[in-house]
Design a protein around this ligand. Structure first.
Ligand code: UDP
Length: 241
């Protein structure tokens, strides 16, 4: 039976589309049942990037499901009167892997360093024994290796493809994939590094205080310049409102 999801409503933050959905996991399952497509997890930094990067902007606009991942986007939606829960992409991706293992879905993982990918496939194999990989590939392939890999990936008819190539590459790469059809395709940023045990997620109390960004900044100080997008985002939203 096809999954029936409660209705999502598409709105936008600073001109970038985002879907308000009562249950993002059900919305993702409905997407799979309905022939598949791309899921984007939108945060403030990505929203700002999309405004100056037309390729990223059109990848998000063409995505089938855009979920609010990030306190900033949730706050901006709140100003529009939408009461939404933050849906961290890493959590949705994990739920989808668990579902994939129980349903015998064909799963592919693309991205992260060779060492992380090796550790990740070993760990996931232990944690979710039913998981069936049709393709795993790290994200630092030689330029000439990508077309063959892409062909192999599409030909494997995956049900779920998680892509950790960083923003904006993971979004634009999925969008442009020749022959892509069926299955859920989702960019997951640093999730593979976290699942492989190489990076840590912020403790939940920081999540509750909505300062996960601070934890990230302390772990990776080189991100400070990227993080200037956060106050810029807040300012742009307030000015617009
Ligand atoms: N990455 C990759 N190939 C590249 C650049 C990055 O596979 O050419 C991986 C990187 O190893 C990491 C992920 O992409 O696992 C991006 O992580 P980051 O936390 O920077 O994500 P972002 O915040 O950009 O989404």
């Amino acid at each position: 039976m096809a999954a029936t999801a409660p209705e999502s409503v598409r709105t936008g933050v600073l001109g970038v589309p985002v879907d308000v959905s009562p249950d993002v996991f059900q919305a993702a399952l409905a997407l799979h049942a309905g022939g598949g497509g791309q899921i984007v997890t939108l945060n403030a930094e990505m929203t700002m990037a999309a405004r100056v990067d037309p390729e990223l902007g059109s990848a998000i606009a063409a995505a089938d499901l855009v979920i609010p991942d990030g306190a900033g986007v949730v706050w901006a939606l709140g100003l529009q009167g939408y009461r939404v829960r933050r849906s961290p992409g890493i959590e949705l991706a994990r739920e989808l892997l668990v579902h994939a293992a129980s349903k015998g879905w064909r799963v592919a993982l693309v991205g992260a360093s060779p060492a992380v990918m090796e550790q990740l496939t070993t760990r996931l194999g232990q944690e979710l024994p039913g998981l069936k990989f049709v393709l795993t590939a790290h994200g630092y392939q030689r330029e000439e290796a990508w077309p063959g890999l892409e062909q192999q990936l599409v030909g494997a008819r995956p049900d779920l493809v998680l892509v950790a190539l960083g923003i904006p590459r993971q979004e634009t790469w999925i969008q442009r994939l020749p022959g892509r059809r069926g299955g859920i395709w989702m960019g997951v940023g640093g999730s593979f590094d976290v699942w492989a045990g190489v990076k840590k997620r912020a403790p939940s109390w920081m999540g509750a205080l909505q300062i996960e960004w601070l934890y990230r900044l302390i772990q990776e100080p080189s991100r400070w310049r990227r993080m200037l997008a956060l106050p810029e985002f807040a300012w742009a939203v307030l000015r617009q409102g």
